[in-house]
Design a protein around this ligand. Sequence first.
Ligand SMILES: Cc1cc2nc3c(=O)[nH]c(=O)nc-3n(C[C@H](O)[C@H](O)[C@H](O)COP(=O)(O)OP(=O)(O)OC[C@H]3O[C@@H](n4cnc5c(N)ncnc54)[C@H](O)[C@@H]3O)c2cc1C
Length: 424
Amino acid sequence: MDMTRRDTAKLALAAGAATLFAPNVARAANPKLIVIGGGPGGATVAKYAARDSKGALDVTLVEQNPMHTTCFFSNVYLGDAFAFDDLSHSYDNLVNAHGVNMVYARAEKVETGRVTLSDGSTLDADAIVVAPGIDFKFDLYDGYDEHIAATRIPHAYKAGPQTQLLKKQVKAMEDGGTVIICPPPNPYRCPPGPYERASMIAKILKAEKPASKILILDSKDKHSKQGLFQEGWEKHYPGMIEWVPAEFTGGGIASVDAKGMSVTTIEGETFEGNVINMIPAQKAGMIATASGLTGEGDWAPIRPDTFESTLVPGVHILGDACAQGDMPKSGYSANSQAKVVANAVRASLTGSRAFPPRFRNTCWSLVADDWGIKVGADYVAGDDKVTKTEGFLSPADAEAELRAATAAEGYDWYAAIAQDTWGA
Ligand SMILES: Cc1cc2nc3c(=O)[nH]c(=O)nc-3n(C[C@H](O)[C@H](O)[C@H](O)COP(=O)(O)OP(=O)(O)OC[C@H]3O[C@@H](n4cnc5c(N)ncnc54)[C@H](O)[C@@H]3O)c2cc1C
């Protein structure tokens, strides 16, 4: 079934949308862009495409949730240094300040020129952008599934109720207990994320139950900002965090026993924990696989200059879900890619000028209060992938002043990206 704009409005009303576009006859003939997913990737595309086209594009954002809760700074929330409510952002500014049409619904499938929603209705488009984030490969682990993650052994790698559950479990643990963290294999969202998480949980344990331990059972033999994390752990949490690389786990976790609260490594060793944070291997969000955007792989291949799918013409895919090359899967990367995609789509639909694509990423991590570290780089669109040009990393053995300044930069970055993505 084809949907008119009025049908779309009805659908959004039925889904309980807080704010809606008014049917606008004058703009009805404008080219239509549909964006799926209102995270830092999709919301930024929708905002920039609507804002910069000054009404020449009809932009609709399809998002399954009424608010977006950011994964970035969810570890800082675990460390009692950020409020949970401050992680959530509504889409009201995109509607009211930039004229984006919101459809609160789950998209099931995209094909060239058409989006199918979960109720079977369809939306037609001149261009489609997909930014669905990640899904998890639960089938790789015996004894682990969505239900166990939601109730007993959270991954907390999509921010929301599981993040709150993990924090509750850490807070409720007896002094002398063990928290096990199982980081996923590459590639996954936020390479420093599990290690920042260990730091923030250690911060709580040090203050509230100092005889406790954190055991990191890794799938990898090295990880992001490894030297800087280890230096910070020795300084702030000596003897509290033990990191076990893939050499000893055999490459990660094979099975999870939710009743016995234990995990067994591929090597065959079983570890019991009072709290277990099992972060599974990852793949592109469901709609990418359902729509043939990932081909036979886990991630969606794209053209590095426009992020158009190499498999489905007229569909662009960005953020965590795509296989673009050298950029890490981060909120900063998704927001940076989004501006390139918004520009490319606007140019192709309205004939506006296309600027040469440039990308940037920085990932700040908090190791303790006033102790921040960062890694970052610039990128260009190479012939077959997004390619790193220059990078930087916080220096080792730096003065406390520099670490404090880096921590403060991280907080400033959060405010800036939230404003840039979901702000007026
Ligand atoms: C613990 C942790 C800490 C992190 N810290 C940082 C950090 O400090 N800095 C940083 O830059 N990055 C950080 N990240 C990574 C960052 O959160 C992700 O890389 C980023 O959110 C990816 O953005 P995205 O838009 O691709 O996907 P997402 O943020 O996952 O957004 C996807 C959106 O699409 C919606 N959606 C999905 N499928 C559908 C569908 N079928 N129909 C409708 N809507 C759909 C979802 O509801 C969601 O709103 C962290 C991640 C974690 C887990």
